[in-house]
Design a binder for this molecule. Structure first.
Ligand code: ADP
Ligand code: 5GP
Length: 225
């Protein structure tokens, strides 16, 4: 039996990787799909751990051979989830987390409508900028134009939040991790009533005060919710 697919998207620098690592510490049976990308290795990354790093030529061969569940071009590089990631999770009897951008997320929502989608957002543009700067300093790359691009991309991506079942504001890490854990347990049918309530507060359509305040700070108004 295939496990549950969790689609996780967030503007770059929101703390998605940090949060996903924390949740995987709290919940067992959650595999992380290692995507393919044509971008260069960053900082302490290792091939096969954060990503399978590959060439554009090889990536295009994989597209032609139908080896991807989804793929997209993000910031000028290809990124994609190989169908084989689903087989590996199935072999482990595990659920699978897909850390993918909004374009890829829409493809998966269409192909796997039962997938659970979670959008992670930072509390404000100021905090997002600080996290982007801290990370680039830690990695020894200080590139103003990358930070500017990612901040303006964040506003565009946030407009897609209505397509996601859950919206999680990553303000205090422990709180956001508990919320994501609750969402996973609800999807598995394993949640206590309190965990169920916590997850329900993160439903995008519930428009929590935290979500409203983050969206307002980014100047994003949503029509549908
Ligand atoms: P992403 O995967 O979304 O691009 P990262 O997980 O790399 O983001 O986080 C970006 C930066 O923000 C990192 O320096 C990380 O340590 C920091 N960070 C992540 N979550 C939080 C949080 N809740 N509070 C403060 N700092 C955070
Ligand atoms: P980064 O280069 O910062 O690791 O990731 C840049 C963006 O690519 C992030 O929004 C991330 O979610 C997205 N991404 C990573 N892997 C995939 C993937 O397999 N498919 C898609 N569509 N996007 C991905």
């Amino acid at each position: 039996m295939a496990g549950i697919l969790f689609i996780i998207s967030a503007p770059s620098g929101s703390g998605k990787s940090t949060l996903v690592n924390e949740v995987r510490r709290l919940v067992t049976g959650l595999d992380f799909s290692v995507s393919y990308t044509t971008r260069k290795l960053r900082g302490s990354e290792e091939d096969g751990r954060e990503y399978h790093f590959t060439t554009r030529e090889r990536f295009e061969q994989m597209i032609a051979a139908g080896e991807f569940l989804e793929w997209a071009e993000v910031f000028g590089n290809y990124y994609g989830t190989a169908l084989s990631a689903l087989d590996i999770a199935r072999e482990h009897s595990a659920d699978l987390l897909l850390d993918i951008d909004v374009q890829g997320a829409l493809q998966v929502m269409e192909k796997v409508p039962e997938a659970v989608s979670i959008f992670i957002l930072p509390p404000s543009p100021e905090i997002l900028e600080r996290r982007l700067r801290n990370r680039s300093q830690a990695e020894g790359i200080a590139n103003e134009s990358i930070i500017e691009t990612r901040l303006s991309e964040a506003r565009t991506e946030l407009r897609m939040i209505e397509d996601y079942e859950y919206a999680l504001v990553n303000d205090v890490l422990d709180e956001a991790a508990s919320e994501m854990r609750a969402i996973v347990l609800v999807a598995r049918g394993d949640a206590t009533p309190a965990e169920g309530d916590l997850a329900a507060q993160c439903v995008t359509g519930a428009r929590s005060v935290k979500l409203e305040s983050a969206l307002v700070s980014f100047g994003v108004t949503l029509a549908g919710i």
